[in-house]
Design a binder for this molecule. Structure first.
Ligand SMILES: C[S@@+](CC[C@H](N)C(=O)[O-])C[C@H]1O[C@@H](n2cnc3c(N)ncnc32)[C@H](O)[C@@H]1O
Length: 338
């Protein structure tokens, strides 16, 4: 039995709410930027007689999806690549404008559950963590980056208070022997941050999250994906984004605040104190929607999910400004140095 077959299936999160936000219509064109196990894609295709372009950077997800592609005979196109490049990926396929974009960011249950992918601290595997299998792995980062750079990654992307202690422990351990397994790293981190204590989460959770975000450049991908959607969506088109932790959700929130003009509003009674670009989105609803208690009860992944959604106006798309999204000081992989 292959690793793919042993992995537990991914349960789509907030599916009903995402579908309501997208409101797929006959003849429409939709982008599912995070195909995964195809939960959203299948639901969109079942909801209306529409076309879906489903993107995933993980070739394993796409090969599992071939059966769904056949099932919907020509209405589904699977696209290997990063959703940060969605505009180019759609243009290459002759699509200039779409009616909806869905993003369900992060990793899938299959990726976490397959020890060989190296995302998990609870089942030992090679320290990899690349969703797409390209570029440096988590082991490359952990074994070659200076302790100071590692501490910054773990602090910024893991929000780990003991990031320096973790980086020092990594430095000591790798001086003895290269760190190649997730189990080794989990033990090293646990030794630096202490046991679980009263916390429900494993001591290595934050460090693993940080390395995963860094290796896959997840937050910049998210920002580029939001901008790509802004460029591709036609007037009235819908954007629905599900985020799973505060770093992701903050970016989506700030992006929508920027694009709706809310970040320029002093108060509800004194809108738009200074002229700026015309809003390119209206909010579909205020704030973030959460999963129902019922869903959170059966799917632990849904407990931290936050959905935000917008409707594209007819105004021109704006240039992506990472500073405005609070991202200018985030460590980047480019060049191998953080
Ligand atoms: C949470 S799962 C999506 C699950 C999906 N909504 C479903 O119902 O099955 C996230 C998926 O998005 C992919 N992914 C994450 N970041 C990506 C990116 N920047 N570009 C393309 N795919 C990405 C992952 O490989 C993973 O398969």
């Amino acid at each position: 039995m292959s690793a793919h077959e042993t992995a537990s299936p991914h349960i789509p999160v907030m599916l009903r709410e995402v579908l309501e936000a997208l409101a797929p219509k006959d003849g429409g064109i939709y982008v599912d930027g995070t195909f995964g196990a195809g939960g959203y894609t299948r639901a969109i295709l079942n909801e209306a007689d529409c076309q879906v372009y489903a993107i995933d950077r993980d070739p394993a997800a796409l090969s599992r999806g071939r059966a769904i592609e056949e099932e919907f005979g020509g209405r589904l196109t699977l696209v290997e690549g990063c959703f940060g490049n969605m505009e180019a990926l759609l243009h290459e396929r002759g699509v200039a404008a779409v009616d909806g974009v869905a993003l369900d960011v992060g990793v899938s249950s299959m990726q976490i559950d397959e020890a060989e992918r190296g995302f998990s601290f609870s089942s030992d595997g090679p320290l990899d963590m690349r969703m797409g299998g390209e570029g440096p792995s988590a082991a490359d980062v952990v074994n070659s980056f200076e302790e100071k750079a590692l501490a910054r990654i773990i602090s910024v992307y893991g929000e780990e208070k003991k990031a320096r202690a973790v980086a020092r422990a990594i430095g000591r351990a790798r001086a003895e022997k290269e760190i190649t397994r997730t189990g080794e790293l989990a033990d090293i981190v646990a030794s630096a941050v202490g046991g679980r204590g009263a916390s429900r989460i494993h001591p290595a959770t934050r460090t693993f999250q940080a390395l995963r975000i860094f290796v896959n450049d997840e937050l910049r991908e998210l920002a580029r994906g939001l901008s790509g959607a802004e460029h591709l969506l036609r007037e009235g088109g819908r954007l629905a984004v599900v985020a799973f932790h505060s770093l992701e959700d903050r970016i989506v929130k700030r992006f929508l605040a920027e694009r709706t003009g809310a970040s320029r509003t002093v108060s509800r009674h004194m809108p738009l104190p200074e002229a700026g670009p015309a809003p390119s989105f209206d909010l579909l609803f205020r704030g973030a929607a959460a999963a129902s208690d019922e869903e959170a009860g059966v799917n632990p992944r849904a407990r931290s999910a936050k959905l935000r959604a917008g409707v594209r106006t007819g105004a021109a798309a704006q240039a992506l400004d990472l500073d405005a999204l609070g991202m200018s000081r985030m460590p980047v992989l480019e060049g191998g140095a953080a």
